[in-house]
Ligand binder design. Sequence first.
Ligand code: FES
Length: 107
Amino acid sequence: MIEVTFINADGTKHIIAAAEGVSAMEAAVSNNVPDIDGDCGGHAACATCHVFVEMDWLDRTGRADSVTELPLLELAEGVMDNSRLACQIKLNETLDGLVLHLPRGQF
Ligand code: FES
């Protein structure tokens, strides 16, 4: 299992364990983590799974893809260099311990 910590804008931490191969969005939604919706089911079509990758983890997650993710992230609020669509982060053993921060809300 892969441990992922989601931190809401108010500082609340949600530490969950997910199976290898699922996306960070799927892991969050199936564990009822608030402030991440995943409205399109992970098809990179809604931007309601916007997360900020903790800087120490960016080398391992990679940055947002310019074809798939960046155009959608333009729809999200407060986008930063470490913004990603959580549905595009597939969990694997190199991401065990990953820390993702959530925006104040998803629209
Ligand atoms: S779940 Fe819709 S873009 Fe990620």
